[in-house]
Design a protein around this ligand. Structure first.
Ligand code: MRU
Length: 367
């Protein structure tokens, strides 16, 4: 991968280092963050973005927020952990990985709460580092399981950015392309530009080009004609939250792409780690959808492109119904034609070590 999206520098106290994704592809700049407030702002402003990456960022954010606590008052330290945890949860609402990672940090804290404060701080850094390291392995496994979908001559289409920048490295949707490329197959990828914040144009096109993969950039409105006239044969996207019946929230525009794929008989796949499932949510209607500043639509990147006061609706995500999804590529394999039963069966077989939101170790739903 060309860059590491996120890293931890030093020991304790340390700093989180992030690629500022808002500046790509024209500037590759790293930010060093020393406080939970700066991490909150980085997540909110999409300096760090993509569901797995913001989970890792939130975990490091919790460490930043409590690392300078001095003294050995365990109750006061626990209150501080709870305060920073709640604060980070308000940064962005849709990607469940953020909540999953914070749940995991809080559980680790509970497990060591009787130890001296310094040992607790160390345990929290260890847990954040583990979440980070595991994501690298998970992305590689997603690539291994999904690469067979990318055949010699495949014409693929993807939306938003589910690449190395959105994860610890290697990506989810893009992992399939990276792995198929490493295996020597020739294929091409259309990258939707992804209005309004252009993650496809700025990040996906950049990452695929850097990897030497044949990529062509499209305005979002060109996806239909590309499917028909350029013979798109596969769609793969990432996910921000997957409900218990397989309904999947991803970047706004994904639902449109899935509908077009259905109309053109193109298989539509989602690639995501199991930490992106939220089994406490029965279906996609209950997934919280972030609505962002109208200025992103009226004056994207500082250029006014609409009447100053025009009403704008700016949901950042949409939900693709499971009926449109051919399969979900996870680190445990491909969950074909997801629905409530197949998702439950999948989790019964592959109980994730660190749980899944709303799920129990044996795959049953918790309420
Ligand atoms: O608003 P963003 O850029 O954080 O949205 C990101 C997406 O929708 C990605 O497709 C998703 O998080 C998967 S990242 C592996």
């Amino acid at each position: 991968m060309p860059v590491a999206t996120i890293d931890w520098k030093g020991d304790l106290p340390g700093r989180a280092v992030l690629v500022d994704q808002t500046l790509l592809p024209t500037q590759l700049e790293y930010l060093e963050l020393g406080t939970a407030e700066r991490m909150w702002e980085a997540i909110r402003a999409l300096r760090v973005r993509g569901a797995p990456a913001i989970g890792i960022a939130a975990a490091y954010g919790l460490v930043l927020g409590v690392q300078s606590y001095k003294g050995d008052d365990r109750a006061a330290f626990a209150a501080e952990v709870a305060r920073v945890d709640q604060y980070l949860r308000t940064s962005r609402p849709t990607a469940v990985n953020l909540f999953w990672a914070l749940d995991r940090m809080v559980a680790r804290h509970k497990a060591v709460a009787s130890e001296p404060v310094e040992a607790q701080q160390r345990a929290l850094l260890e847990e954040a580092r583990a979440i980070h390291a595991e994501d690298k392995a998970i992305c590689r496994a997603i690539g291994r399981h999904g690469a067979r979908l990318v055949k010699e001559g495949t014409v693929a289409l993807t939306h938003c950015n589910a690449g190395g920048l959105a994860t610890a490295d290697y990506g989810t949707a893009l992992a399939l392309f990276f792995k198929a490329h490493e295996e020597g197959r020739k294929f091409s990828v259309f990258a939707d530009e992804t209005r309004p914040l252009l993650q496809g144009a700025r990040l996906t096109a950049w990452e695929l080009e850097q990897a030497g993969i044949d990529v062509t950039l499209l305005c979002d409105s060109m996806a239909a004609v590309a499917m028909r006239d350029r013979k798109v044969s596969l769609v793969v996207v990432g996910a921000d939250r997957i409900a218990a019946n397989g309904d999947t929230a991803n970047k706004i525009g994904t639902y449109g792409v899935a509908t077009l794929a259905k109309a053109h008989d193109v298989p539509f796949y989602v690639a995501a780690p199991v930490s992106t499932f939220d089994l406490s949510i029965r279906d996609g209607k209950a997934i919280p959808i972030e609505e962002r500043d109208p200025a992103e639509v009226r004056a994207g990147f500082g250029k006014v492109t609409a009447p100053e006061q025009v009403k704008v609706w700016n949901p950042a995500f949409d939900v693709t119904p499971h009926q449109l999804i051919a399969g979900i590529v996870t680190e445990h394999g491909i969950l074909e034609r997801p629905d409530a039963k197949r998702v439950a069966d999948f989790f019964a077989t592959h109980a994730p070590r660190h749980g899944t939101r709303g799920g129990t170790r044996d795959g049953r739903r918790s309420q």
